[in-house]
Design a protein around this ligand. Structure first.
Ligand code: SF4
Length: 505
């Protein structure tokens, strides 16, 4: 399936040049707790993972009720919608579409009726074999509208085929999962629920995070630990790649439906760089601290050289807010150059913004950022950002800083050049839209209009996570995809090798 073109998502901020995450999932089994309210809070803490739609399903052990709609969590739910959602188990989802259109019909959780036992599903990630799955299962064209929908369809088929007309013994969903999951390829962190079980699933590569937490008299599943923190749950552990955790009145059980040869941990490295909230923990590391270490390492690898004019003009390390802040703090700490704010970000820009006038790109960036001239004028700026995808926004930021009086602009990026599209749940558009897939680093520097440009080396980035011994997906940086991907979307031609440009370059 084609990835939607950048900028077509209603949740995008104007001219947003950042990679986009593709959903967050949450689940809770907690008798005696207000599970709908807990799910609301959990989704609120995962809102950064998807802003197009939000939804939840609640069961009282008998009836499953689903509420979902387009928009932010706080738009979809309020006291009036939450009040009737009574029960002791629930799952929730926030969505950013990387496959399937951004429509109400694709909002999740997805509900499927199976006679005696309906179920719901929420998915974070992208499958890479959807077309083959649909074909092999004989699913008619137009029946499913996304990879997540295809998974739900397969599970429904398996449940119905298992014991047609028989009464449920309560394990129908579990059995169907054991049959269907080994056929899926790609990235899938799932939460599922029938009337009396909550289930968490992590694919054999563990591309997307999923963790388990403990409440008094209950259990919580969340894409990130921030979803546990907000409901007062204690972190228990991350689900293992390839693990299925079933939660019900008897507690938790682990199933391992995948062949051992399939298990190969490859957590998305960009969860550390950009996606995950800084206060989340991944592989036991706090993301904010890891991002600071990336900045420190960047300062070692690509320092600001002495003023070429010999005038020793004042220098300042500044982030592109908000995502560049931790790495900028680390760069400043390691380099000894003062940290300062050079740009203010308008936090209230949203989908309703329409850029008037001729030069829409510049106008859009001006709506998003405004320079603090007093902090910038005459200074040699070291500007820190976490990634450059298409480069359009970064170019406008550089121009804005020059206009505001910066003496020099030295751009430092806390990840390597992003040269290959992601097939595992991040939206960057096609390879043709990735600036580093088409230009060398000196060419990118010239396009952006900065004085120097340097990207953090991959080895340094992995070391900065603090867990270099753990498995990571680095496909968008290296082209080494951990699982087969649809080749029609990856050009076969060799790219020119990318030479990192250091400040002397
Ligand atoms: S290709 Fe890049 S963004 Fe996608 S999962 Fe791998 S590391 Fe993450």
């Amino acid at each position: 399936m084609e990835v939607d073109a950048p900028g077509e998502h209603p949740g995008d901020t104007p001219d947003d040049d950042s990679p986009k995450e593709a959903c967050g999932v949450f689940g809770v089994y907690a008798p005696g707790h207000a599970v709908a309210q807990l799910t609301y809070l959990g989704l609120y803490a995962l809102q950064h993972r998807g802003q197009e739609s939000a939804g939840m399903a609640v069961s009282d052990g008998d009836t499953i009720t689903v509420v979902k709609d387009m928009g932010l969590v706080s738009h979809v739910f309020d006291n009036r919608t939450l009040a009737p959602l009574q029960g002791h188990l629930a799952v929730g989802h926030v969505r950013y579409s990387t496959t399937g259109a951004s429509t109400w019909g694709n909002a999740q959780p997805i509900y499927r009726e199976t006679g005696d036992a309906g179920f719901v599903l929420g998915h974070n990630g992208n499958l890479t074999n959807t077309a083959a799955l649909v074909e092999s299962a004989g699913i008619l064209p137009g029946t499913v509208s996304s990879d997540s929908d295809a998974v739900a369809e397969l599970i429904q088929q398996a449940m119905i085929a298992a014991e047609p007309g028989a009464r449920s013994d309560g394990r129908d969903l579990e059995r169907a999962l054991l049959e269907v999951l080994p056929r899926l390829e790609g990235a899938f962190s799932l939460v599922l629920m029938d009337d009396s079980h909550v289930v968490g699933v992590r694919d054999p590569n563990g591309f997307r995070p999923l963790c388990l937490g403990r409440l008094d008299n209950g259990w919580v599943l969340s894409s990130e630990t921030t979803g546990l923190d907000i409901v007062g749950a204690h972190f228990v552990r991350e689900l293992d790649p390839g693990e299925v955790v079933v939660i019900d009145a008897t507690g938790t059980r682990s199933l391992r439906p995948f062949d051992a040869s399939q298990i190969d941990p490859k957590l998305c490295l960009f969860e550390f760089v950009y996606f995950a909230r800084p206060d989340s923990r991944l592989y036991g590391q706090t993301v904010h601290t890891a991002r600071q270490r990336m900045g420190e390492s960047l300062a070692e690898q690509a320092p600001l050289l002495p003023d070429p004019t010999g005038q020793d003009r004042e220098a300042m390390v500044m982030p592109v807010p908000e995502s560049g802040i931790p790495a900028a703090e680390g760069y400043a700490r390691r380099s000894g150059i003062p940290f300062g704010q050079g740009l203010v970000r308008n936090r209230y820009i949203n989908r309703t913004f329409i850029a008037p006038g001729q030069d829409q790109r510049t106008q859009k960036v001006r709506m998003k950022f405004n320079p603090i001239r007093e902090n910038i004028v005459g200074k040699r700026l070291v500007v820190i950002d976490d990634s450059i995808v298409r480069g359009t926004s970064t170019r406008a930021v550089v121009a804005m800083l020059r206009e505001a009086g910066a003496a020099e602009i030295h751009l430092r990026i806390s990840s390597p050049p992003y040269r290959w599209p992601c097939f595992f749940g991040m939206d960057t558009g096609t390879r043709g839209e990735l600036i580093a897939a088409n230009l060398t680093v000196p060419e990118i520097r010239d396009y952006l209009g900065c004085d120097t440009l340097a990207y953090l080396d991959l080895d340094r980035l992995v070391t900065a996570t603090g867990v270099a011994s753990r498995g990571f997906c680095t496909a968008c940086l290296t082209g080494n995809y951990p699982v087969p991907v649809p080749l029609r979307r990856v050009d076969d031609e060799e790219l020119p090798s990318v030479d990192l440009v250091h400040p002397s370059g």
